[in-house]
Ligand binder design. Structure first.
Ligand SMILES: Nc1ncnc2c1ncn2[C@@H]1O[C@H](COP(=O)(O)OP(=O)(O)OP(=O)(O)O)[C@@H](O)[C@H]1O
Ligand SMILES: [Mg+2]
Length: 270
């Protein structure tokens, strides 16, 4: 029985697809069997990152019940596999996303890790991606709006009784004002599975004629190695679950305390 990990952020553009693509390959490099699923049905782009232009059978066909899941599985670097999403808008409006739970349950028998690339937000399709997972990994940028949205996603996951395993911090640049890893762990009350630097190599890897995951484009770059470190932690090596005390009086901690209050009140009212 494998793990099904949904990568969720709340906020858009923080690096979910980049994480799924690179982490999938990093796990495959460690010789685990890996399947990545593009569950961002409206704005699919994991297939572009993996260099699949127009895959004939996609998750849309699987969710429509017109193809079995194994017909929609394609090869990726390092032996990883993926199920892409279709690019057609009309398909998108017809699919039954709730079938995703049954689809992943079946695939869980065949892979060590199933990684789900979810859409931004906390709406129906994100709820379906969360429900189809055994664990949820949050990803955030080290900025106030991104951490606040990750927190909202965590609350949604908890309401679904889904386990949130931790948080990954992307686009770290050590700029003044960035929220520290320790502070983010404390705010979200979650362990960190690692930091990914803000990386020109990642930016460039998206600007190529044929886009590539950075782990393929620049295999020895710091960014590529940060995905490998996250893969090692996920496979159960070393995770720093020790949430250290936050320094008092940060500008953001006051805002966050207020947000936390609003959300926990709503949770209690439910
Ligand atoms: N560590 C990084 N350094 C520099 N650029 C990055 C980094 N991570 C992601 N990006 C860039 O940020 C943009 C958004 O990344 P990505 O598509 O992975 O985010 P997403 O969370 O999947 O977005 P969406 O919510 O739209 O699905 C891309 O152009 C990507 O190249
Ligand atoms: Mg995406």
């Amino acid at each position: 029985m494998g793990e099904i990990i949904a990568i969720v952020s709340g906020k858009g553009g923080v690096g979910k697809t980049t994480l799924v693509g690179n982490l999938g390959i990093a796990l495959a490099e460690l010789k685990y069997s890996v399947l990545m699923i593009d569950a961002d049905l409206a704005m699919a782009n994991l297939s572009l990152l993996m260099g699949l232009k127009t895959p004939p059978i996609t998750i849309h066909d699987v969710l429509l019940g017109s193809a079995p899941a194994h017909d929609a599985i394609y090869d990726c670097p390092a032996g990883a596999k993926m199920i892409p999403a279709g690019l057609s808008v009309s398909f998108y409006t017809r699919v039954d996303i709730d079938r995703l739970v049954a689809v992943t349950k079946d695939l869980q028998q065949k892979f060590d890790y199933v990684l789900i690339d979810s859409p931004a937000g906390i709406e129906k399709n994100v709820v379906a991606a969360m429900s189809a997972a055994t664990q949820i990994m949050l990803i955030t940028e080290p900025t106030a709006p991104s951490v606040a949205d990750a927190f909202k996603a965590k609350i949604v996951a908890q309401r679904l009784n889904q386990r949130v395993m931790g948080v990954i911090i992307n686009k770290c640049s050590n700029t003044k004002g960035e929220i520290s890893e320790t502070e983010i762990m404390k705010m979200l009350e979650l362990p960190s599975y690692g930091k990914i630097p803000y990386s020109e190599d990642i930016r460039e890897s998206f600007l190529l004629k044929k886009i590539k995951p950075v782990i393929v484009y620049k295999p020895s770059s710091p960014a590529a190695n940060s995905f490998r470190a996250i893969a090692r932690r996920i496979t159960g090596k070393e995770v720093d679950t020790d949430v250290k005390p936050e320094k008092k009086g940060g500008l953001f901690s006051g805002l966050f305390a207020a947000l936390k209050n609003i959300f926990s009140k709503k949770t209690k009212e439910k």
